[in-house]
Design a binder for this molecule. Structure first.
Ligand SMILES: *Cc1c(COP(=O)(O)O)cnc(C)c1O
Length: 359
């Protein structure tokens, strides 16, 4: 039986070879007689899984010396607080770019901990593009600049890395590992795993070592980056099974030829889908072409009355979770790394057929 294509924005599809390997190893990981979920996080078996995963992630992203990689819990949403708690202390002020629903949430949370300067906002235009570098009104004394390279809900992506004298902080929840990135341009990168990395419950943080160590007074132990960095992300029990599955995803990416190859596939998938949308008068995507996301593709039907029909037909044809975010409506196809190109081809064929028969 072939599995359906799941276009969920997160938790999202995982690569089938990863699921098969996890299934094979479920009852007995590597002769240990244990499932990974049953292992002590401090035992030699899990330590080897953890170390290998970090090493593979460092290799995939070519993470330079001087960066810590942390495997945390709490989701990207906890980072909305942890970033200002750990990084704003020295100056008490941070710059933020307001480019969609997720950056808005990050900004609202940061207000609890420091002065926030919104250096650009595309909200008046309903978040249909990324602001240009020349539009960023950056502070001279910000502790950091926070932005969201890929806005998962609006389907807006920055086509460039912002320049700023303050360290750059990026919420890469829905874009990390989709293509190569220059980590050295960033002070801190964080991502909830459930979009493009692995299962929910794991949050990856990549942080320049010199940025951590001065949390706001009163910062809870579990929210202090230094605590996690000094303990190898094992101050308390880490999300062991999610860490292991993410490690299998890293191996899968390495076997595919790393992020260069993955990026090429992702570019092709996105270009095809946008071309199908733009080539039809029945489907539309509101995002400016230069700011369109490779990962999340929202689109509307000319007649919203047909939405339910579209979703039912797609489901019957083996395509799940295409309903758009409740705040945006219409459809959204999330096409992360684990979505095969054949899944995008199937969606495009279904869209054409639906337009022909119902449009
Ligand atoms: C999904 C998402 C979040 C929220 O992630 P949680 O892990 O659920 O807290 C934050 N930012 C972006 C860009 C996202 O896509």
């Amino acid at each position: 039986m072939s599995r359906p294509y799941n276009f969920s924005a997160g938790p999202a599809m995982l690569p089938e070879p990863v699921l098969s390997q996890a299934q094979e190893e479920m009852l007995d990981w590597n002769g240990s007689g244990m499932c990974v979920a049953e292992m002590s996080h401090r035992g030699k078996e899990f330590m080897s899984i953890a170390e290998q995963a970090e090493q593979d992630l460092r290799e995939l992203l070519a993470i330079p010396e001087g960066y810590r990689v942390l495997f945390l819990q709490g989701g990207a949403s906890s980072q909305f607080a942890m970033v200002p708690m750990n990084l704003s202390g020295r100056v008490g002020k941070a710059d933020y770019l307001n480019t969609g629903s997720w950056s808005k949430k990050a900004i609202a949370e940061a207000h609890r901990f420091c002065a926030v300067h919104v250096a650009a906002s595309t909200q008046p235009e309903h978040f249909v593009r990324a602001p240009a570098q020349s539009e960023l009104a950056l502070s001279e004394d910000a502790a950091y600049l926070h932005y969201t390279p890929n806005e998962t809900i609006e389907g807006v992506e920055f086509p460039y890395i912002p320049e700023s004298s303050a360290p750059l902080v990026a919420d890469m929840s829905s874009t990390l590992l989709s293509r190569p990135i220059d980590v050295s341009r960033y002070g801190l990168i964080y991502a909830g795993a459930q979009k493009n990395i692995g299962p929910a419950g794991l949050t990856i943080l990549i942080v320049r070592d010199d940025l951590i160590g001065e949390p706001l007074s009163g910062t809870p132990t579990m929210f202090d980056y230094r605590v996690h960095a000094d303990s190898g992300s094992m101050y308390n029990t880490p999300p062991t099974y999610a860490w292991y599955l993410a490690g299998l995803v890293f191996k899968w990416l390495k076997d595919l030829g790393g992020l260069e190859g993955m990026g090429e596939i992702n570019r092709r998938k996105a270009e095809k889908l946008y071309a199908a949308i733009d080539g039809s008068s029945f489907y539309a995507n509101p995002v400016e072409p230069a700011s369109r996301s490779w990962m999340n593709v929202p689109f509307t039907l000319a007649d919203p009355e047909l939405d339910a029909d579209f979703l039912a037909g797609a489901k019957a044809a083996g395509m799940l979770t295409l309903k758009g975010h409740r705040s945006v409506g219409g459809m959204r196809a999330s096409i992360y790394n684990a979505m095969p190109e054949a899944g995008v081809d199937a969606l495009i064929a279904f869209m054409a057929e639906f337009e022909r028969t119902k449009g």
